[in-house]
Design a protein around this ligand. Sequence first.
Ligand SMILES: [Zn+2]
Length: 202
Amino acid sequence: MCKMQYYAERIKLCKFAKSLWDKRLTLATGGNMAMRVDENRVLTTPTRMSEDKHGILEPEDMVLIDYELHHIEGNGIMTREANIHAYILREIPFVGACIHAHPQYSLIFCAACKPIPHMTETTKEMGDTPVLPWAEAASEKLALICLDHFKSREVLLKNTGGLCAVMPEHGLVAVSRTIEEAFSIIDRVESDAMVSLFSKLL
Ligand SMILES: [Zn+2]
């Protein structure tokens, strides 16, 4: 049987999905990732990758979509938050990958609707992680808010290589050129959230 398209990229997304779960950078409440693999072709993690699969996915589970959210190839079901990824990847050519996650310490800031302060040198260029306006999870409005936020910061995005934002009461969204860089941003912002919280004990 022929392998599905973009098989190497599918394997790569499997590794990052597992790391995201293993490092508690996303909890069973959700999370999804996407990378542009061609013009108008976006490879995404399937729905419930955390709830049902605990980050353990097969390459064939990944869902290849286009910018209009058509399911092109993959055994998984498209995530309800695919619109966030598709809009950003369609409208911001610099961005090659996007991760939406629910990291455990960052969620405390998300619940309080507060920015995550820049605490260590690893986020020096990005600075504080700002809070987006509130919108319901998986809504069209939320996808447009995310797009507008990063699109209006395209210059900063190019200077820093990637950016992250807090979705109130929900999670984080990070964009960058590659999935490796987007993952690193989520990890660094989560680290800042942890450091900020624990620093209050000193
Ligand atoms: Zn979510």
